[in-house]
Design a protein around this ligand. Sequence first.
Ligand SMILES: Nc1ncnc2c1ncn2[C@@H]1O[C@H](COP(=O)(O)OP(=O)(O)O)[C@@H](O)[C@H]1O
Ligand SMILES: [Mg+2]
Length: 231
Amino acid sequence: MSLRRSSSSEEDPVDRIPPGSQILRRGAEAVLYRGRWHDLEVVVKKRVVKSYRIPSLDLKIRRFRTMRESNLLHEAKLVGVRTPLIYSVNLDSTSIIMEYISGDRLKDVLDSFKSSELNEFSMRIGVLIGRLHRTGIIHGDLTTSNMILIPKGEICLLDFGLGEHSTGLEARGVDLHILRTILYSTHHTIAQNSFQRILDGYRKEMGREEADPVIGRTDEIARRGRYVSAR
Ligand SMILES: Nc1ncnc2c1ncn2[C@@H]1O[C@H](COP(=O)(O)OP(=O)(O)O)[C@@H](O)[C@H]1O
Ligand SMILES: [Mg+2]
């Protein structure tokens, strides 16, 4: 991995994208390019300038999130959670060059799973989240768009830009709450079943003693949300 930070200039150099790359997706804060770099199939995640922020603060936020994302992608891998390999991090261009993961986003395939597959993959997702939480990592944006099902059946987690280190009940509870909310809004027909299996996987990995208070907190967060929105 190469880490470069050569100047304190607030310019946004755009030249870190390998020639011939194509735009893969435009996210809320980053543009994702797909291309070839040193004979590797890569994705470049480049955080773009947000003009509504004060420029110096904007640069700080983009640098911080770039750094945080690359660190957490790496740390997750160390505890057996599949994430893209990081090839290069550049804090001037606020970009990460990483392995291209070929497969289907869970968002696009979850609804078409047979019930046995749904149970199996939901359990696996729960196990992965348990592994992160057990080692003090909070993903921060657990949505089915940030999960890729790779051909051999493994699930790869992406997008740790909003992640953090914490072992707190609230942070863990919010992580699961975000996933439940996404399941109910995007995959409502299978949401209940899927979330129950996710919790089974989570309990299996974390152990009941650690997992049950987090699950209790997730329910409390949902009740709080309903109370706030009903007022
Ligand atoms: N390494 C990767 N390999 C393949 N696709 C990726 C990779 N990284 C991101 N993507 C695709 O780009 C989308 C947006 O990337 P993501 O990191 O989630 O950015 P954002 O912060 O904008 O949500 C993902 O949902 C996924 O479809
Ligand atoms: Mg994302």
